[in-house]
Design a protein around this ligand. Structure first.
Ligand code: 5RP
Length: 272
């Protein structure tokens, strides 16, 4: 049923002589469910478009992390089966590795395949220049490494990630992976340099902090104003104890946005 269809369902009251129409409006819970379904459909559209347009036989493909990438791996596995393709996959996280294995795809790593044809990954937010915030799932370091080894880095996202400027849509801040012993000094330094607040990310189903696939911690830096992201990224990376930032500057070549109306919108990086 369409979004509109869910929102206003008119029924006739049984047993009523005048048969007054009863308008059933969706509860906030139903609205949330509809929005979630639309976002999932949008993720799938973006993921399928990216896999169909950017993956060819005999390629090495970087596999990103998160919930959108799940659709891309589904599509990739279906194409590999149907078209009898020879595709080698390099994961960006433990989750990506599991997806590759569970789908029966060929698993490799950067030791054996340090040069990739394409990496496909999700994002938490994408600005007008295709600067990304990534790391909502805590996998930013491996994601940046694998993206950096690919000839083409393609991003898949739903319409909620599309922003003119970073911070408009994504309110959780820029994830920054840090060596555990350094999280307090790094957090203080970032705030002193750029303002805002940098908080240690806490686990949800475990006591204590989130521990990354690289055994590090994550700081989420909530910034207060727009910045020059290239400069900020370089400056934060210079702080001792910082492993990587979730700012992906001038890396993405193309973003596929799945839209609410079922279209897929494509945005390319600006030409320098
Ligand atoms: C994980 C990431 C993800 O790609 C990002 O969080 C987007 O995830 P999702 O597809 O679930 O919205 O950077 O570290």
């Amino acid at each position: 049923m369409s979004f509109r269809g869910w929102l206003g369902v008119a029924k006739l009251l049984p047993g009523s002589s005048r048969r007054r129409p009863l308008v059933v409006t969706a509860s906030p819970k139903t609205n949330t469910r509809v929005a979630v379904n639309m976002a999932e459909e949008a993720k799938k559209l973006a993921a399928y478009a990216a896999v169909d347009n950017h993956v060819q036989n005999n390629q090495v493909v970087g596999v990103g992390s998160g919930s959108t990438i799940v659709y891309a791996v589904d599509r990739l596995a279906a194409r590999v089966r149907q078209e009898k393709m020879n595709i080698i996959c390099v994961p960006t996280s433990f989750q990506a590795r599991q997806l590759i294995v569970q789908h029966g795809l060929m698993l490799s790593d950067l030791d054996r395949h340090p040069e990739l044809d394409v990496t496909i990954d999700g994002a938490d937010e994408v600005d007008a220049d295709l600067t990304l915030i990534k790391g909502g799932g805590g996998c930013l370091t491996q994601e940046k490494i694998v993206a950096g080894c690919a000839r083409h880095f393609v991003v898949i996202a739903d319409y909620r990630k599309d922003s003119k400027a970073l911070g408009q849509q994504w309110k959780k801040g820029v994830p920054i992976e840090v060596v555990p012993m350094a999280y307090v000094p790094v957090s203080r330094r970032i705030v002193r340099l750029f303002g805002g607040e940098a908080n240690l990310r806490m686990a949800v189903s475990k006591a204590g902090p989130v521990v990354t696939d690289n055994s590090n911690f994550i700081l989420d830096w909530k910034f207060e104003r727009p910045h020059n992201w290239k400069d900020v990224n370089s400056a934060i990376k210079m702080i001792p104890g910082v492993v990587e930032t979730g700012l992906f500057v001038a890396m993405a070549e193309r973003v596929y946005f799945g839209m609410e109306d079922g279209r897929v919108q494509v945005r390319d990086a600006p030409i320098d």
